[in-house]
Design a protein around this ligand. Structure first.
Ligand SMILES: [Zn+2]
Length: 177
């Protein structure tokens, strides 16, 4: 998890929010893949309605997270939407014969698990550790800053921390002005 939290990782499935957003959840199979990577892969395959629900949940969490980062009050409708998702039955853990962890349940249940984690994050003091990558607006990823001294600046050092991206952006801005 690049962001340090599954609900924040979900936000990254819409890339480049500040410029031209790129949708990474284009079809139901994309959601199955994301859930697998997120450790919530289940035995059911996503359908179109699950894809719509995942995008909705993502945008609800995004609005809440952006409000928290800006120290604004959150929208009550967003809170209601998140709660409605979080109250649903989440995935159930199951032991495989090799004692590996497996999840059983619907894709909606997998999304409920993410919603519950979002509720836990947003109601915890950890919400003050949510940051946006210092490469914004070139990068719109957010993460939990658990570094010593809270000095993390980048979503990922190898993506944004290597300064070339920032430098080329700055020089382009200089050229314009
Ligand atoms: Zn970044």
């Amino acid at each position: 998890m690049a962001s340090g939290h599954r609900a924040l990782d979900l936000l990254a499935t819409l890339r480049d929010r500040h410029r031209e957003p790129v949708e990474c959840l284009r079809e139901p199979a994309d959601l199955d893949r994301w859930l697998g990577i997120a450790g919530l892969g289940t035995d059911e395959r996503a359908r179109g309605e699950d894809l719509a629900a995942a995008r909705e949940l993502r945008e609800t969490v995004n609005r809440l997270v952006r409000a928290v980062m800006a120290e604004r009050s959150v929208d009550a409708a967003d809170v209601r939407e998140l709660n409605a998702r979080a109250v649903q039955q989440p995935l159930a853990p199951q032991a495989g014969v090799g004692l590996e962890l497996r999840w059983t349940g619907s894709v909606a249940a997998a999304l409920a698990a993410v919603a519950r984690e979002a509720v836990e994050l947003l109601t915890d003091r950890d919400r003050t550790l949510i940051r946006e990558c210092a490469a914004a607006p070139l990068c719109s990823r957010v993460y939990l800053d658990r570094s010593p001294g809270r000095r993390r600046r980048w979503c990922q050092m190898e993506w944004c921390g290597s300064s070339s991206k920032m430098q080329s952006y700055r020089s382009r801005r200089r050229d314009k002005s």
